[in-house]
Ligand binder design. Structure first.
Ligand code: RIB
Length: 371
């Protein structure tokens, strides 16, 4: 035995074996009832006398027993879980979207199984198979690519599926989307309206439907401003819509000839990266280049300068899609439909500071003054 300062304490009697979960048998023994009585208290409490029911509930509390949803699933063939397949869990757009889904689904006793595909079609296929093996009761998904056959087939095998942020083949699946062409038009028209004659557009691949539609809208804005889209817009394509890709694209934005006086980005993560790249090169936003993002995620209004962005109703998108899925799960008569939301432009300092569009910098007087 050592002295008091370093007295060694005899080890507590180790528990017998590794910790284990309390079982329904432990509850029955503690309450002095049969396994069937415990099962009735859990599944059909109305069949059990109140005094017995309370004894069982006390035993459940004392033992820390938690019922197994796996067992419930085996009996019912259902898991009370919903698969949620998104493109990028690091993108705050999807965080808010999933919050909307969770807000609706948790009220109806469902848990979410979240899968992030990183825009990979192969990962998406693997996740869909795993979700079906786990007997999820439904799937909410933003497809990684244009091919929707896997989602239609999943629904035909009895797993109700609703597309998020992506139109569905009419009548085959429900979908909840935002008019991305209108969103691209709002962003570009805002810049042309400020007098910018040439803008860069940092965009993702055309395989991502949202990117293709935003591009279509931006080109429509150029035509409506009386401009040739090929002259008015310098497209800078990136492989994925991340802040890192935006920062890397900033050099290519500055290499556009003639130099653009504004940049629009396919989402706020790209805009964040472009902002970092421009500032690192000593350029100011909006004085040297105005900047517009897309999504209006949580950080956009907190940047310096605050980011002008196309707002998508992210929470509402998720909650609405969850509502459509619940309608299908209810077994009530259901017709597949698409709910389309309208985007809005949130104008902030990154375009409305002291921007001097290129034309203005050349001293021209025929440019609308930036407000
Ligand atoms: O996933 C890429 C983008 O598409 C997101 O940032 C959001 O804009 C979605 O619509």
């Amino acid at each position: 035995m050592r002295d008091a300062a370093t007295r060694e304490v005899a080890p507590a009697t180790p528990p017998s074996g590794p910790p284990r979960r309390a079982t329904i048998r432990d509850v029955a023994l503690r309450a002095g009832v049969s396994l069937g009585t415990v099962s009735n208290v859990l599944n059909r409490p109305e069949l059990v006398a109140p005094e017995t029911r309370q004894r069982v509930l006390d035993a459940i509390s004392d033992t820390g027993f938690v019922r197994s949803s796996a067992a419930h699933q085996l009996r019912a063939g259902k898991s009370r879980s919903i698969g949620v397949v998104i493109l990028d869990v690091a993108n705050p757009f999807f965080t808010e979207l999933v919050r909307g889904i969770e807000h609706t689904m948790v009220e109806h006793g469902y848990v979410l199984v979240l899968c992030s595909t990183d825009e990979s079609a192969s990962r998406e296929q693997r996740y869909l198979r795993m979700l079906e093996e786990h007997r999820v009761e439904g799937v909410l998904a933003t497809p990684a690519e244009r091919d929707l056959a896997s989602f239609v087939a999943l629904a035909e095998r009895g797993v109700p599926t609703v597309l998020l942020d992506r139109p569905a083949p009419p009548g085959r699946l429900c979908a909840v989307t935002v008019d991305d062409a209108r969103g691209g038009e709002l962003a570009a028209a805002h810049l042309f309206g400020l007098g910018h004659r040439r803008i860069a557009f940092v965009n993702g691949p055309a395989t991502i439907r949202q990117c293709a539609d935003r591009r279509r809208g931006a080109r429509r804005a150029a035509r409506r401003a009386g401009r040739d889209p090929g002259d008015a817009i310098c497209e800078v394509l990136v492989p994925s819509l991340t802040a890192e890709q935006g920062e890397a694209a900033s050099a290519r934005v500055l290499a556009c000839e003639p130099r653009p006086s504004a940049v629009m980005c396919a989402n706020d993560l790209l805009a964040l990266g472009v902002l970092k790249g421009l500032v690192a090169r000593g350029l100011r936003v909006p004085e040297d280049l105005a900047l517009v993002g897309y999504d209006d995620v949580v950080f956009s209004s907190m940047l310096s300068p605050a980011l002008t962005s196309v707002r998508q109703p992210k929470f509402e998108l998720g909650a609405t899609a969850a509502g459509l899925l619940l309608e299908e799960l209810s077994g009530a008569p259901h017709e597949h439909r698409e709910v389309v939301f309208a985007p809005e432009l949130e104008v902030r300092a990154s375009t409305m500071g002291t921007a001097r569009p290129a034309a203005r910098r050349e001293g021209r007087s025929d440019v609308a003054p930036s407000r």
